[in-house]
Design a protein around this ligand. Structure first.
Ligand SMILES: *[C@@H]1O[C@H](CO)[C@@H](O)[C@H](O)[C@H]1NC(C)=O
Ligand SMILES: *[C@@H]1O[C@H](CO)[C@@H](O)[C@H](O)[C@H]1NC(C)=O
Ligand SMILES: *[C@@H]1O[C@H](CO)[C@@H](O)[C@H](O)[C@H]1NC(C)=O
Ligand SMILES: *[C@@H]1O[C@H](CO)[C@@H](O)[C@H](O)[C@H]1NC(C)=O
Ligand SMILES: *[C@@H]1O[C@H](CO)[C@@H](O)[C@H](O)[C@H]1NC(C)=O
Ligand SMILES: *[C@@H]1O[C@H](CO)[C@@H](O)[C@H](O)[C@H]1NC(C)=O
Ligand SMILES: *[C@@H]1O[C@H](CO)[C@@H](O)[C@H](O)[C@H]1NC(C)=O
Length: 834
């Protein structure tokens, strides 16, 4: 009867053990946890043990709700490594790890991976968290919350833990019978400003609104739970807490790729699904593409709308109600230092923040200024939060996945150009006031002018009132060109489309008196297009008059039309054109007068060069770049300067640079858009190879000139004359040699050494070398240059630049030297100073 006794004892022991485990929440050292054993958390909310999901014959170890009849699993240990019907054992081994063994096969199926040895008990907590810790120390060495499956429980954190280095995210089951790692993933995207994203395989299908507005947008949770976010030295994570702990609720990512919110309904005894994201087309990531917003619930209308200033990228698809291509800028106007501003789009789910930046502590106005100062900033949103105070979000580049609501959401401020800004403000006024002036008799023009002036005054006042109501803080941005000029003798007949612009015309008498009959004492200089004289108008204003040489080939009307466009170009880095004077063959341009003369008189003068320290020079460089960018990007007429050089950069009293002589090439050559001309204007030393040799110009030939100018400003040497010792070498070649030998700083003007910021100087040299690349395609655009100068982005390495230039005036010579001045080769070696 020994065996019977033994059986009985065993049975009692087994029953006892059962009893032990079913009433306990802890596995102790030397205890063995087998199939059928169960841990129950203290107040019986959760259970832990082996289970077979659905119709599966495979066994898994996991956690489920203990009190809910519909068995709902919240965590699985060996999800990708199930055990067939053999005996299974879970124990804490000697090095303090939880280890799951397949006994019949004798293999380890799953284990924790801790190295501390200080852990010797495992406990299932009421939160649903299984922790492995020291029995006495209670220090947690491992916890199931750090290795989520598909379910997010209250207080379970998703995101990065900087202490453990773990990035915690949810992954769906493969199917309802298979808890194996599926294809849908829910995680915190940390690439820009954090946001919670849902992926189906590689495809981003849904995102919640970004921090600090967090998820889930549109969730009418009636205070049932609270969303939390942490971003500090411990990590970046998101989690939720229950306001009423008696409610059983969780989020789960399912195998079809939805993100669900579920709560247990005691009455109906079933899970109540509040929502399943993405629940409508507008929630689907990028349904309307970039720069568009999606308005849910528009029954018969298309849900997608382009943002202000944008139009559908693929109009046909768009009108067939496929918005996935999104929208693009309506005009390629510059939105950088060009009178741009913002339009508010209220009540939206904020766009994708994967390339956005969050700044703490900036108020709405500071946030706006921050965005305005960064040319690549496409939108901002500012908000004050209870936890972090003021938060400012800045977006760069594309604005994706905006959803427009009516009653909730955040305010987004989207960058728009000056024209849209003007239009937006015009919208405050009744439509009838928008006037288009038809071609009218001279008599009527004066009557109309008075009327327009009155209307403008009324508009301004209304606008002012509007501002005073505090609804719009921005100052009037009606473009300067739309304002009345102050000094008009005659208004020239206007082209259609320019109906709101007048060209100030000065009569010849006024000019002759102002310049003392073009006396040689008043002559300021002689340029490529004519002589310049200083003058003074009767009211005391000083002017510079450029008397154009007579071979411009344009009739007075053509000239006036051209001038009308050029007079509209207004930028703080361009010399201001006040008007013109036309008398028979004689054509003159009237500019503001700048007492400080041109940049070359400083750069290359032994004593005056000392007035330009590095800081000043850098400001000048940036100013010139901005002015050039404005010329290149202006919407109405893309101006290619064609003769940018130090003597064409004037300095005002504060040494702010102003580019002069722009638009000149346009007057002299007519249509610039064909980009090919027989007549080469420009100055030897500043010309790109393709322009000097083939007369082919583009904005990139201006970029080349800018690069040369940049090197001159840094070095204080002229590209074309200061390298006479070795005629095969010029400034560019000299700099290139130093650059390759990593001695680039040696090129710097010696007088600058004290004020130098070597990183900034090296960056400028780097940019300059990119600008003087041999092939136009390798040179950056002016807008890139502005960006490169103003940021710390890494720059592409320069290739060998085009440092051997042909003299354009000596066409014969370059033909003679054609062997060296080869077009096919990178270098063109014939050099000859004028
Ligand atoms: C567990 O019980 C404690 C007190 O007994 C209670 O405060 C707590 O809310 C319960 N937890 C859950 C998840 O029900
Ligand atoms: C488990 O059983 C299935 C069939 O039921 C079989 O395909 C699989 O190979 C088995 N796995 C192991 C580890 O024995
Ligand atoms: C599981 O084991 C039992 C007996 O040990 C056997 O009858 C049964 O066929 C096995 N099932 C599978 C799926 O291997
Ligand atoms: C305990 O288990 C871990 C994980 O499998 C393993 O690395 C370690 O060697 C084991 N320790 C002992 C003493 O068996
Ligand atoms: C266990 O942790 C160590 C470092 O703590 C790591 O190097 C190793 O890859 C981990 N092993 C597993 C199976 O996760
Ligand atoms: C919308 O157009 C894109 C191409 O522009 C195409 O790839 C996509 O399948 C279209 N979507 C629908 C729903 O037709
Ligand atoms: C505007 O710029 C984009 C990209 O730079 C270009 O594809 C497009 O053709 C330009 N449009 C106009 C009207 O110049």
């Amino acid at each position: 009867m020994v065996s019977l006794d033994f059986l009985l004892r065993s049975l009692i022991l087994i029953l006892l053990t059962r009893q032990l485990f079913s009433s306990l929440d802890t596995i102790k050292p030397n205890q063995v946890f087998r199939d059928g054993d169960i841990l129950i958390s203290k107040n019986k909310t959760f259970a832990f043990g082996f289970f077979k999901p659905g119709s599966s014959v495979q066994s898994y170890l996991g956690i489920w709700y203990n009190k809910i009849p519909e068995k709902t699993f919240v965590w699985v240990a060996n999800r990708d490594n199930p055990i067939n019907n053999s005996s299974k054992v879970l124990l804490i081994n000697r090095s303090g790890n939880l280890v799951l063994l397949d006994e019949s096969r004798g293999v380890e199926v799953w284990s924790t991976n801790v190295s501390s040895r200080n852990s010797n008990i495992a406990q299932l907590l009421d939160s649903g968290n299984l922790v492995l810790m020291g029995q006495i120390s209670q220090v947690v060495a491992w916890q199931s919350f750090d290795y989520p499956t598909d379910t997010l429980l209250p207080n379970m954190k998703i995101g990065l833990d900087l202490k453990t280095g773990l990035n915690r995210f949810l992954t769906s089951w493969r199917s309802s019978d298979d808890p194996g790692t599926g294809k849908s993933i829910n995680r915190l995207d940390l690439s820009g400003s954090p946001q919670f994203v849902l992926y189906r395989g590689p495809t981003l299908v849904f995102r919640t609104a970004p921090w600090p507005w967090i998820w889930p947008v549109g969730d009418d949770n009636s205070g049932m739970y609270k969303a939390n976010f942490d971003n500090n030295k411990d990590g970046i994570s998101q989690w939720f807490t229950m306001e009423d702990p008696s409610i059983v609720m969780h989020f789960v990512v399912d195998e079809i790729g939805s993100w669900n919110r579920l709560a247990w309904d005691d009455q109906s005894r079933q899970w109540n699904k509040f929502w399943s994201m993405p629940m409508d087309p507008c929630q689907e990531y990028g349904y309307c593409g970039a720069f568009a917003s999606c308005t849910p619930g528009s029954r018969n209308a298309f849900v997608c709308t382009c943002l202000t200033g944008y139009v559908p990228k693929s109009p046909r698809d768009w009108y067939l109600r496929n918005g996935s291509d999104g929208c693009v800028r309506k005009r390629n106007t510059s939105m950088c230092g060009n009178g741009e501003g913002f339009v508010k789009v209220g009540h939206v789910k904020l766009p994708d923040t994967s390339a956005a930046q969050a700044l703490i502590g900036l108020n709405s106005e500071q946030c706006k200024q921050k965005c305005l100062r960064k040319c690549s900033c496409s939108a901002y949103s500012a908000m004050s939060t209870s936890e972090r105070g003021n938060v400012c979000l800045l977006w760069f580049g594309e604005l994706m996945d905006i959803v427009a609501y009516t009653d909730w959401g955040s305010d987004l401020h989207v960058r728009i150009d000056s024209l849209d800004l003007a239009e937006k403000n015009e919208d405050f006024f009744p439509k009838e006031e928008k006037l288009v002036i038809p071609l009218l008799s001279v008599g009527m023009v004066s009557v109309l002018l008075v009327t327009i002036l009155c209307i403008q005054l009324i508009k301004r006042r209304k606008y002012k009132e509007h501002q005073d109501q505090g609804q719009h803080k921005r100052v009037s941005i009606i473009p300067a060109a739309l304002r009345r000029p102050k000094r008009i003798s005659t208004a020239y007949n206007l082209q259609e489309g320019n109906s709101h612009v007048d060209l100030p015309i000065y009569d010849l008498r006024t000019i002759i008196e102002a310049t003392n009959n073009f006396s040689s004492a008043n002559k300021l200089g002689q340029g490529g297009f004519g002589s310049v004289y200083k003058g003074q108008l009767p009211d005391g204003q000083e002017i510079a008059v450029k008397r154009l040489s007579k071979d411009s080939g344009q009739g007075p009307m053509e000239f006036a039309n051209e001038m009308m466009l050029i007079v509209q170009l207004q930028h703080k880095n361009l010399v201001k054109l006040l008007g013109c004077c036309i008398h028979k063959e004689e054509k003159m341009l009237v500019y503001e007068y700048l007492p400080n003369k041109s940049l070359d008189t400083f750069l290359f003068d032994q004593s005056r060069k000392l007035e330009l320290d590095w800081r000043k020079r850098f400001e000048i460089i940036v100013g010139i770049a901005r002015g050039m960018m404005y010329l290149h990007l202006d919407s109405r007429l893309k101006i290619i300067h064609r003769d940018l050089k130090a003597s064409n950069v004037l300095l005002d009293v504060t040494m702010n640079p102003k580019i002069s002589d722009f638009g000149m090439a346009k007057i002299f050559e007519g249509d610039q858009s064909q980009g090919n001309t027989r007549r080469v204007v420009g100055t030897y030393g500043y010309m790109s190879p393709e322009y000097a040799i083939f007369g082919k110009f583009s904005t990139k030939s201006d970029v080349f000139s800018f690069g040369v100018l940049l090197l001159e400003i840094i070095s204080g040497k002229r590209n074309n004359v200061d390298f006479t010792e070795d005629p095969s070498l010029n400034l560019i070649g000299h700099v290139w040699d130093l650059w390759r030998e990593e001695r680039a700083l040696e090129m710097v003007e010696p007088s600058l050494k004290e004020s130098l910021l070597s990183n900034e100087v090296l960056r400028c040299i780097h940019v300059a070398l990119l600008c003087v690349q041999d092939r136009a395609i390798d040179r950056p655009a002016m807008s890139d240059v502005v960006f490169m100068l103003g940021s710390n982005t890494s720059l592409p390495p320069p290739k060998q630049p085009a440092f051997f230039l042909c003299a354009p005036s000596d066409v014969d010579k370059w033909v003679i030297g054609a062997k060296q001045c080869s077009v096919d080769e990178v270098t063109i070696t014939l050099v000859n100073a004028r």
